[in-house]
Design a protein around this ligand. Structure first.
Ligand code: MN
Length: 205
């Protein structure tokens, strides 16, 4: 694993639920730490200093190559595969930082904040551009969207990032979450799904 890039507000309905106008404010990036990834089968420990930890179900993209200034039409060649992931967020701390105009690290880049399935190679499943993405908690549907609602498409994200950073094999990009984000509680069973990619099961402890 190299770097973990995350896209913010990449589904219009989620941007609106967070109080933003997707037509006026385009998506943007932040990072988590590579060791924040929580591998499939492990429990998510409720983190310190927060009483409002939210789930964000996301499609993750893993790169097998990188570079700089990658054209959109060549970006898919950099993709190794895809995974189902969660961008777990201390929403209360993130909200405080937003209000003060400060960085989001304490809200986003904490231990175990990125539960993720094993990567499914694009050689097996192709490059998904549509398909359901959803999250259930204890069997109840909470988030629902479709990959065809992504504002920035995956090749566009890779190209854009490669103008800012040198992308490398082992980089992971979390592509944003559909609407319906909300709090989790200790004891919850989270079940995330991305059509054509797989299922992620995480217990909050
Ligand atoms: Mn997110």
């Amino acid at each position: 694993m190299n770097r973990v890039y995350c896209v913010g507000r990449n589904y219009a309905a989620h941007a609106i639920e967070m109080g933003h106008d997707p037509d006026k404010e385009p998506p943007f990036f932040f990072q988590k730490n590579p060791d924040n990834l929580l591998l499939e089968g492990q429990d998510f420990p409720y983190p310190s200093k927060s009483n409002d930890v939210h789930h964000e179900i996301e499609l993750a993209v893993a790169l097998k190559s990188g570079g700089t200034n990658i054209p959109v039409e060549e970006a898919s060649d950099c993709i190794f595969g895809y995974a189902v992931s969660l961008d777990m967020t201390r929403r209360d701390l993130q909200g405080q930082m937003k209000k003060l105009g400060r960085p989001w690290e304490i809200g986003k880049a904490f231990e175990h904040s990125a539960p993720c399935t094993a990567i499914v190679p694009a050689g097996e499943i192709g490059h998904p551009s549509e398909g359901q993405i959803w999250l259930k908690i204890n069997g109840e549907m909470r988030q629902e969207g479709n990959l065809n609602q992504l504002i920035w498409k995956i090749p566009e994200m890779i190209s854009y990032l490669s103008d800012l950073f040198e992308l490398r094999a082992g980089d992971v990009i979390l592509t944003g979450t559909p609407s319906g984000v909300g709090p989790v509680q200790r004891g919850d069973d989270l079940h995330g799904h991305v059509e054509g990619v797989g299922d992620l099961h995480v217990k909050v402890i």
